[in-house]
Design a protein around this ligand. Structure first.
Ligand code: NDP
Length: 252
């Protein structure tokens, strides 16, 4: 399929979960994909899946909290594929705790990985996008942006993502760059499995409980989110910008 023919996409945190599903989908639809994660080795699995299916991808080791590392990722994309048309800001972590028990280091880590990273990646990737007068930026917010017990750090970061998105849509619109966010509800990944175990449930039990609270009667899969990211990264969404789309099975 040629939806992203001749487009180059960077997906951060793409070794697993939503990022890996997004990288695979964009590649299936014709994009050359820079698969970025903390180490080249971690990113390599997703690259192998893409190239094994006949797609184009390269692995980059990038810590999205470090400006130099982010700059090097964008440079690597330009050197290998010649442009940066799509940026998916997906890398993220949780460090949940109630306010009175949360160490400052867990506040800082979550803000840095989920929010400051987006500032750094947008700043670096927008340079070639502005020059090309073309770009699509899609960032991962969360249902938790609306408030979630035990996630004061994560909720703040994911609400911040929505503010960054609304603001950059205003700043970058004149350069034909669309900036949007996706806010998933519960998605079955290593992140939510770890949450389940931390609160004393087996992952499948925890998913069942989440399904029962979801109008569509199931939890999300990484591909459910990847499909919406791909839409927002496509020219079909060329008049959509500054938006955060909740993808949560109808949870309120
Ligand atoms: P995963 O934990 O499965 O994957 C996240 C990836 O990001 C991992 O490969 C992780 O590497 C990587 N990563 C972490 N820190 C960095 C960093 N500093 N630099 C580069 N890569 C990093 O998460 P999900 O797929 O579940 O989530 C993806 C995104 O979606 C996140 O932003 C998350 O907050 C958001 N989201 C997820 C929801 C869910 O229910 N799963 C719901 C709402 C939003 P490593 O494993 O080595 O740490």
């Amino acid at each position: 399929m040629s939806r992203f023919q001749s487009r180059v996409a960077i997906v951060t945190g793409a070794a697993q979960g939503i990022g890996a599903a997004t990288a695979r989908l964009l590649a299936t639809q014709g994009a050359s994909v820079v698969v970025a994660d903390l180490t080249v080795e971690r990113a390599g699995g997703t690259v192998d899946a893409i190239t094994g299916a006949g797609g184009r991808a390269m692995a980059v080791g990038c810590d999205v909290t470090e400006a130099e590392s982010v700059d090097a990722m964008v440079t690597a994309a330009l050197e290998r594929f010649g442009s940066v048309d799509i940026l998916v800001n997906n890398a993220g972590i949780t460090r949940d705790n109630l306010l009175y028990k949360m160490p400052r280091s867990d506040w800082d880590a979550v803000i840095s990985t989920n929010l400051t990273s987006i500032f750094l990646c947008c700043q670096a990737a927008s340079v070639p996008m502005v020059k090309a007068k073309y770009g699509k930026i899609v960032s991962l917010s969360s249902q938790s942006a609306l408030g979630n017990r035990g996630q004061v750090n994560y909720a703040a970061a994911k609400a911040g993502v929505q503010g960054v998105t609304a603001t950059l849509a205003q700043e970058l619109g004149r350069y034909n760059i669309n900036v949007n966010a996706v806010a998933p509800g519960y998605v079955a990944t290593a992140m939510t499995d770890a949450t389940a175990e931390r609160v004393g449930f087996r992952p499948e039990e925890y998913r069942k409980m989440a399904s029962e609270q979801t109008p569509l009667g199931r939890v999300g899969q990484p591909e459910d989110i990847a499909n919406v990211i791909a839409f927002l990264a496509s020219d079909e969404a060329s008049y959509v910008t500054g938006q955060t789309l909740y993808v949560n099975g109808g949870v309120r």
